[in-house]
Design a protein around this ligand. Structure first.
Ligand code: RET
Length: 303
């Protein structure tokens, strides 16, 4: 090993491509690992940024900052794992390909991706559905369907035989339902909460709907069909995750700038709230008369 190699990214030497005696011969290179590290760094920066912004708001108005910061925090750990060449298992490549980039017996499957998604996709949906002030039973049901989507994707990715495509179809059906709720029910609900809420939802909801439909395509080319290399997989999922988490989060927080969560039915108590009401410092959504959408906080009963 040259001096240069020793000083570079040593993750693939520290954590090689053999687990429990089985190895993956279709695996990331140092470039893939470097890219995963870069995405990890962005996720960490975004987490600090969202937490910093949270502290510019009174405690009662931080719910969307906390949810969004949790999303990038969890993603940082997942990307740290993938940059370190950890959180994967070798799965028999099916179909086998002659293209040298994906030729081999076993493909490296990063299950840690799904551990990330199983935690973060419900949080992303909460960001959106709470913005639309959707009723809590609907939110819970959509989250359950979302878990079905991610778990079927994980199980399918770990299956060698063509039965993996049956899991994929279940996952796609779950995604269709989520897209229907976002594009139809939640959009109408958000519009009824006021123009500003409707606009924030439209921007973030459209971005989400578009991006989420690209994930099954990535799966089909990577874990499913073994068509593109594991380095290309890193770039494909990485770009999607950067847009779906930090970029989505920034747009959502920006969209919520002038919206008091109390208007969406998210009333939160704080020990000094009486003080704030008395001194009229504008921190208490109920006291400062921000109900400009004419619904007078009516959705308070919905969440
Ligand atoms: C899988 C495969 C099974 C079918 C479908 C999938 C969709 C996954 C999605 C993931 C979204 C992840 C996000 C991550 C975080 O930022 C599981 C790939 C439909 C939509 C948004």
């Amino acid at each position: 090993m040259s001096t240069l190699d020793k000083r570079g990214n040593g993750a693939l030497q520290a954590n090689p491509f053999t687990v429990n005696g089985a190895s993956a011969d279709i695996h990331i290179t140092t470039h893939g690992s470097d890219w995963y590290w870069a995405v990890c760094a962005v996720m960490i920066c975004a987490t600090f940024a969202f937490m910093g912004l949270a502290h510019t708001k009174p405690r009662q108005q931080r719910i969307f900052h906390y949810i969004t910061a949790s999303i990038t925090l969890v993603a940082s750990v997942a990307y740290f794992s993938m940059g370190s060449n950890l959180g994967w298992t070798p799965i028999g490549a099916n179909p086998q390909r002659s293209n040298p980039l994906v030729r081999g017996m076993y493909r490296e499957i990063f299950y840690v991706r799904y551990i990330d998604w199983v935690i973060t996709t419900p949080l992303l949906l909460m960001d959106l559905l709470l913005t639309a002030a959707m009723p809590w039973p609907t939110i819970l049901y959509v989250i359950l369907i979302d878990e079905v989507m991610i778990i079927t994707g994980l199980v399918g990715a770990l299956v060698y035989s063509n039965y993996k495509w049956a899991y994929f179809v279940f996952g796609c059906m779950a995604l269709f339902y989520i897209v229907y709720v976002l594009a139809w029910e939640a959009r109408k609900h958000a519009n009824a909460m006021g123009k500003d809420v409707g606009k924030a939802f439209l921007i973030c909801g459209s971005l989400t709907t578009f991006l989420w439909m690209l994930y099954p395509i990535a799966w089909g080319l990577c874990e499913g069909g073994n068509v593109i290399s594991t380095d290309s997989e890193a770039v494909f999922y990485g770009i999607l995750d950067l847009l779906a988490k930090p970029v989505f989060g920034a747009l959502l927080i920006w969209g919520h700038k002038g919206i008091d969560p109390a208007r969406l039915g998210l009333h939160v108590h704080d020990y000094d709230e009486k003080d704030q009401a008395i001194h009229g410092n504008g921190h208490n959504g109920v006291a400062n008369g921000e109900h400009t959408n004419g619904t007078n906080g009516a959705p308070a009963t919905t969440v």
